[in-house]
Design a protein around this ligand. Structure first.
Ligand code: G6P
Length: 609
């Protein structure tokens, strides 16, 4: 959601800006723009639509200059249009600004500035920033930016550029990510690492309330009062190749195929050599800590929320602690009952989702202990939580989350086992059984990925249906929710997941002749019941595609098609059952000619509420 890039050095800035923005396309956007300073003037070029449209507009006439900023915008205040695109400028064209997030007090500021004669061109909240800068500027760029930062409220990452103070970019952030890439004789700014990783792995990750002055020879960081801050260089532990497609047609397909490797990385060093127990060194909890936890909340959005649902099942079953799983945007506003006996676990691939971050802050404010499960080292959520368990899935670029989900499931399982070990709530033999099962999962995912032809066929056969239902019970229902989210977000097919037992309380009315129903039936404890529900939809002439374990011989008697996954413990099988559903969504999107990695209206990282 919105991307920011900035460059100052000796090279042509536009080249880096356009290339950096391309690397951020996955975040989701609907317009793009760049501003380049040529030593005298700032040239701003922007266009609604994809970056390709901006490039087409520029043709051969690329802005010249060695300092610049760029932006991809995901519309919030004002529809996508050339005028609403960033960068925004002041009246005189002296200052330009790119901004992610929302300036909450922009209306009051705008009114004040309009009264003073400032002319606004866009409907955005962002445009108040350059005008306010113009208003308060009296010869000192840094002081003027500090004044602006003092006056604005909301969440943001911002880069300011001025033609009055050449060679200097100033940036700041609050609740939105911003990194500074350190080069030799050049420096970079970006809202996310993929934009700069081809140039440097040495970065500063800005914290809330910090402001950085970036020139080609150095970076100085200070707080809003101008007091210098010493910051450690953060060395990114992955390279440009990890953020490339590596021969796959789409990032999503690459990431689906990376799951065995990602799961191995998540498990690495977290299982005792003799496979007898789980080790989570980063937590080092003891009995007193766990006994002090009377209730757990798992809070997240989207796919991470679906991982949280599975986490609830794992933790309750293994550790016997009550768990509530909540959508972050709901949790914050429902006055949750929290005290210092509560542990709040937030799950977030990016570590930047604003609702999850706000929920985490609210839980902390109410006295909860907090733990983040995230994929991004140094992300806002990782820094805000008391403790962090990383998923180590590697960069996930496709909007539709796949390897992040499976690795989140692994962490949920590790957490369940870890708590159970400390509480003594699960027999040792059962822990060993699950740990051994876990170690097989990467190979079993690889095997699941080999059997792709039938899935391609179903996707072609049913990819043009407008409605698809997913059903399942227990953990299968949680997987159904994730399968249906995958399908709807990238193929735009209306997909709904229902707890199979709930069908007859309303949804059965929608089941008609030839409607595809994907039935997940891997849970032995509810298997017979799921079969009855499958018979109910078959009786209404639905087409049933079943997902079952390889040892299953029953399902094919009732389902039209069955996709089999390797045999494992029923606690672990969601890790395998989700894989064909990811592939089905992918190939359905391909059949329908959708833009798999950049689905319409969606963003990878949602940094507005
Ligand atoms: C967006 C993405 C989803 C993701 C959700 C939560 O909606 O498109 O793929 O599951 O945000 O993101 P997070 O980074 O917090 O896991």
């Amino acid at each position: 959601m919105c991307g920011i890039v900035g460059y100052v050095g000796d090279r042509e800035a536009a080249q880096f800006l356009l290339e950096g923005l391309t690397k951020l396309e996955y975040r989701g956007y609907d317009s793009a723009g760049v501003a380049v300073f040529d030593g005298e003037n700032i040239r701003v070029e922007k266009s609604v639509g994809r970056l390709a449209e901006l490039k087409e507009k520029l043709g051969g006439n690329i802005p010249v200059g060695t300092m610049g900023i760029g932006h991809t915008r995901w519309a919030t205040h004002g529809r996508p249009s050339d005028l609403n695109s960033h960068p925004h400028t002041d009246c005189a064209g002296d200052f330009v600004v790119v901004h992610n997030g929302i300036i909450e007090n922009y209306l009051a500021l705008k009114e004040e500035l309009v009264k003073k004669g400032h002319k606004f061109l866009s409907e955005t909240d962002t445009e108040v920033l350059p005008h306010l800068l113009e208003e308060v500027y009296d010869g000192d760029f840094e002081a003027a930016v500090r004044e602006v930062l003092h006056r604005i409220e909301g969440s943001y990452s911002i880069v300011f550029m001025s033609r009055r103070d050449p060679g200097k970019l100033i940036c700041s952030k609050q609740d939105n990510p911003l990194v500074i890439g350190l080069g030799k004789g050049e420096n970079f700014i970006a809202s996310d690492i993929p934009a700069i990783i081809a140039h440097t792995r040495r970065t500063y990750i800005l914290s809330d309330g910090e402001m950085a002055v970036v020139t080609k020879v150095g970076v100085s960081i200070m707080n809003y009062a101008g007091v210098p801050i010493r910051k450690k260089v953060f060395e990114v532990n992955w390279n440009a190749e990890a953020a490339e497609k590596g021969g796959f047609e789409h990032f999503m397909l690459k990431e689906i195929h990376e799951q065995p490797k990602a799961v191995r990385a998540t498990l690495s060093a977290r299982i005792e050599k003799d496979e007898s127990a789980v080790v989570l060194e980063e937590l080092a909890w003891d009995k007193a800590f766990i006994d002090g936890v009377h209730r757990i909340f798992i809070v997240a959005c989207g796919t991470a929320y679906h991982a949280g649902l599975v986490g609830k099942y794992y933790i309750e079953n293994m550790a016997r602690i009550p768990v509530e799983c909540d959508i972050a945007s709901e949790f914050r506003y429902r006055s949750p009952i929290i005290d210092d006996h509560t542990l709040t676990i937030v799950v977030s691939q990016s570590g930047e989702t604003i609702d999850t971050l706000a929920a985490l802050k609210e839980a902390k404010r109410l006295g909860s202990k907090t733990l983040a499960v995230t994929n991004v080292v140094g992300s806002s959520i990782a820094r805000e939580a008391d403790q962090v368990v990383y998923t180590w899935a590697g960069p996930e670029i496709a909007v539709a989350s796949t390897k992040a989900y499976t690795t989140q499931l692994i962490v949920m399982l590790l957490l369940g086992l870890y708590m159970a070990q400390i509480r003594g709530s699960l027999p040792k033999e059962r822990i060993v059984e699950l740990v051994r099962g876990l170690k097989e999962i990467p190979t079993q995912i690889s095997r699941t990925l080999e059997d792709v032809d039938p899935i391609k066929t179903f996707a072609r056969q049913y990819g043009f249906n407008e409605h698809v239902f997913f059903i399942g019970r227990s953990l299968d229902y949680d997987v159904a929710l994730e399968g249906s989210l995958k399908l709807k977000e990238i193929s735009y097919i209306h997909a709904e997941a229902y707890a199979a037992g709930e069908l007859k309380h309303g949804t059965l009315a929608l089941i008609v002749d030839s409607l595809p129903v994907i039935a997940i039936a891997t849970q032995k404890s509810v298997y017979e019941k799921t079969l009855s529900n499958i018979k109910e939809v078959k009786a209404r002439d639905a087409v049933v595609i079943g997902i079952a374990s390889v040892t299953d011989t029953e399902l094919e008697k009732y389902a039209d098609h069955v996709i089999k996954v390797p045999e494992t413990d029923e606690m672990l099988i969601p890790l395998l059952a989700v894989v064909p559903l990811q592939l089905l969504a992918y190939y359905a999107a391909i059949t329908r000619g959708c833009d798999v990695d950049k689905p319409r209206n969606l963003a990878k990282s949602v940094t507005v509420e």
